[in-house]
Design a protein around this ligand. Structure first.
Ligand SMILES: Nc1ncnc2c1ncn2[C@@H]1O[C@H](COP(=O)(O)OP(=O)(O)OP(=O)(O)O)[C@@H](O)[C@H]1O
Length: 302
């Protein structure tokens, strides 16, 4: 590239061939080793189009990279060893081959998983935790009572309403909300700590939380909306879970009807079909993989 730019600038300068040869050999001492270096005007009427040849070196400012001829003698491919060949190619191109990674540096991703109550957010996340390394699942702080089987510090940080409100006052939460009478919020410090370690961050929030996070994080995070294949399936799941009162069920179902209308503000939608939890988890993994392969990476700062 450097060689090409120099040649371009030399040729644009309208130098006579001997002067151009001197300039080139001063800049690229490798040319001194070439026995018969000839620099000539390809078209006498247009001196800016020059060919530098030794049966080896040629350049035309109008040529594209693919057709650009070689700048120094390249040994026969079937005779030279790979090291010689690499050195000759480097000399010809005017710069050494770089070992630097070609793909952009990957920044840790923030993945927001949301969806109506009972759709399977916890179930998907629990399985994702088992199958995928490098993810940190943020443990949400909540003022709600612990359900049977839940573990403090693993499923949620179960804290009192007073403790929760104190965290709000100290600005220690990225987002928080009152959900069905209970507070839920995302501790900022936990996200920072794990992003610094290079982990991707998974946040599990309800739709209200996802909307707030979109306002805070914009496109710097990836938003996934989880749905059941039908409303009936969703209601059956909620009934089967046996965690809700009759009133609780009605509130959740009514809310779910409103929530699906917000799907459009998400980046992806994943169907968590009945009995096919594994498929939903694989789809979430594919989304993460695709996001990691993006040329323009999302960069979240908390
Ligand atoms: N693909 C699936 N097939 C069958 N049952 C499922 C599937 N996914 C989740 N479930 C079950 O559906 C119920 C609701 O799932 P889960 O508790 O994970 O939902 P959630 O979205 O986290 O709900 P909430 O927001 O109310 O906490 C659970 O009993 C869970 O085991």
């Amino acid at each position: 590239m450097i060689f090409r730019r120099l040649c371009s600038s030399f040729t644009r300068s309208n130098l006579h061939a001997p002067l151009l040869e001197k300039k080139l050999t001063n800049t690229f001492p490798i040319f001194k080793t070439i026995p018969t270096l000839h620099i000539q005007s390809c078209y006498k009427s247009k001196p800016q189009k020059l060919c530098v040849t030794r049966h080896s070196v040629s350049f035309s400012s109008q040529m594209g990279d693919a057709r650009r001829p070689l700048a120094v003698p390249i040994p026969d491919l079937d005779k030279a060893n790979k090291t010689e060949l690499l050195r000759a190619l480097e000399a010809s191109l005017g710069s050494p081959f770089s070992m630097d990674p070609i793909c952009p540096v990957q920044s840790p991703l923030i993945i927001v998983i949301s969806g109506p109550s009972g759709v399977g957010k916890d179930a998907v996340i629990k399985r994702l935790r088992e199958v995928r390394a490098g993810l940190h699942f943020v443990v949400t702080a909540t003022s709600r009572a612990m359900r049977p089987g839940e573990v403090h510090g693993k499923d949620y940080y179960f804290i009192s309403k007073e403790q929760f409100l104190s965290m709000v006052q100290q600005d220690e939460l990225l987002e928080y909300a009152l959900v069905y009478g209970d507070y839920k919020g995302i501790p900022k410090q936990q996200i920072r700590e794990f992003m610094e370690k290079g982990n991707d961050i998974v946040l599990r929030v309800d739709i209200q939380g996802a909307r707030t996070l979109r306002k805070i994080l914009g496109n710097s995070a990836v938003f996934i909306f989880l749905v059941a294949e039908s409303e009936l399936t969703l209601v059956q799941r909620l009934i089967d879970r046996k965690t809700e009162t009759k009133e609780g069920l009605l509130v959740r179902i009514n809310t779910a009807r409103e929530e699906v209308k917000h799907m459009k503000s998400f980046d992806y939608v994943v169907v968590n079909e009945e009995g096919k939890l594994e498929n939903a988890v694989q789809m979430v993994e594919s989304i993460i993989d695709a996001e990691k392969a993006k040329v323009h990476q999302r960069r979240a700062v908390i």
